[in-house]
Design a protein around this ligand. Structure first.
Ligand SMILES: Nc1nc2c(ncn2[C@@H]2O[C@H](COP(=O)(O)OP(=O)(O)OP(=O)(O)O)[C@@H](O)[C@H]2O)c(=O)[nH]1
Ligand SMILES: [Mg+2]
Length: 400
């Protein structure tokens, strides 16, 4: 379970005023002191993400956040507010914390509105029952009768009830659909073709391989994993053509040339795009490369900061290929992690990485922002397949 990629975990975020006990509750749920707790307000300043196995819930990412600002009009207040909205874009379930505030819940209401406008289920937590009495009724009435749990985070009272309520309140659609299950039948043979130099750390395969193999086994199909070098040799000893071949975008040309025309070919990147985003929109976005001109501005967005340390290896030769296609230099901005510009209008297109560490919700939120601003959005793999003229070969089930 510790290998569950973060994109597949239920993202549970804690929201509430400063000093209300968010970090204390996170630690109580986790059973370890993960997040810093202090008497003074403003201890947690930035969102903090903790992937963990939560008893009676399963693999989650618990997200600690900075407390609501009373002075939102300060520059820092606005920045923190922006961070909270970014966290909400990836929240599957919100824990909204309350304590006695003379029943003035205006700050809570403001953020509750943001949560409900994103259709995020909210579980209300009334904290500090060890040192004060809080009447749950006004909260129930003012917050659409959301489920409420009374706890003492520091004394670990009713923490199990919070876990059970998380399980009950978690959105049903969180159970993810399969990545390739719908493309194969029982007894099908699926060939995974990887580059000889795997980008994953030594002794590991990329997470997506594990998820795909699991899907194949669940369907009663079989899988074979080979390197590019062994592909032709392996095809030679098989007594039938593989039903599906999945490869890396950079091997696509070589693989398409080597495999039988009857085998369906696709890429890990395209499967992820289909799984996590709106594939048709991404394909439309890939075609925006045709309109690129020298001097145009393009945004490259990478989900994990790890890509930065790997330099150009993840996005590969893509910037060069784009400039060749545009017939001159482009202005290319690169952002990573949670950074994503609010104003996307200066960009002619947005190229995202595979976003393996993002949830579908997170990627869809970015796609929706781009669509609202009429900026084409696509991913590396689709653009590279399109530039090679192989997009149709790799997604035959999509009409475009
Ligand atoms: N009496 C009592 N104190 C609590 C409880 N939960 C938290 N505290 C105390 O409240 C203070 C603030 O707790 P934190 O968990 O740091 O609060 P926070 O909401 O994360 O605060 P910020 O990060 O500043 O927004 C600490 O001194 C905690 O020990 C509780 O249930 N009862
Ligand atoms: Mg805190």
């Amino acid at each position: 379970m510790s290998m569950t990629p973060s994109g597949n975990r239920l993202h549970v975020a804690l929201f509430g005023r400063k000093n209300i006990g968010k970090s204390t509750l996170l630690n109580a749920l986790a059973g370890v002191n993960a997040s810093a707790v202090a008497d003074s307000p403003g201890t947690t300043r930035e969102p903090l993400f903790y992937p963990m196995e939560l008893d009676s819930v399963g693999p989650v990412v618990l997200i600690d956040t900075a407390g609501f600002e009373d002075h939102e009009h300060s520059e820092l207040g606005e920045l923190r507010g922006q961070r909270l909205l970014e966290v909400m874009d990836q929240t599957d379930l919100a824990l909204l914390m309350f304590m006695d505030t003379n029943e003035d819940y205006s700050l809570e209401k403001r953020w509750y509105k943001e949560l409900t406008s994103r259709h995020i289920p909210v579980l209300g937590i009334i904290n500090r029952i060890d040192d004060r009495y809080v009447d749950a009724e006004p909260i129930r009435v003012q917050f659409d009768e959301i489920p409420l749990v009374k706890i003492s985070a520091s004394n670990r009272v009713n923490i199990n009830r919070v876990r059970q309520s998380i399980r009950r309140t978690a959105p049903l659609e969180f159970e993810r659909a399969t990545i390739v299950g719908d493309l194969i039948k029982p007894r099908d043979l699926v060939l995974l073709v990887t580059p000889e130099e795997l980008k994953a750390p030594r002794f590991r395969l990329p997470n997506i391989h594990g998820q795909i193999v699991r899907d194949i086994l669940d369907q009663g199909a079989s899988s074979l994993c080979v390197t590019e070098k062994e592909l032709v040799h392996t095809l030679g000893y098989l007594n039938r053509a593989p039903d599906l071949i999945i490869t890396d975008p950079e091997l696509l040309e070589a693989v398409c040339a080597a495999v039988p025309a009857s085998s369906m070919v696709t890429t890990f990147s395209l499967l992820l795009a289909r799984h996590k985003g709106n594939l048709e929109l991404l394909i439309k976005g890939a075609k925006a490369v045709d309109a690129l001109k020298p001097g145009d501005r393009v945004l490259i967005a990478e989900a994990c900061k790890a890509h930065e340390s790997q330099g150009e290896s993840v996005r590969g030769l893509l910037p060069e290929q784009l400039q060749r296609k545009a017939g001159g230099d482009l202005l290319i901005d690169v952002v990573s992690g949670l950074d994503f510009p609010v104003d996307l209008t200066p960009y002619k297109m947005i190229l995202h990485c595979n976003a393996c560490s993002f949830s579908r919700k997170q990627l869809m939120a970015r796609m929706a922002k781009s669509e609202a601003q009429h900026v084409p959005f696509t991913n590396y793999g689709l653009v590279s397949a399109y530039l090679k003229g192989l997009l149709e070969r790799t997604c035959p089930e999509v009409v475009y």
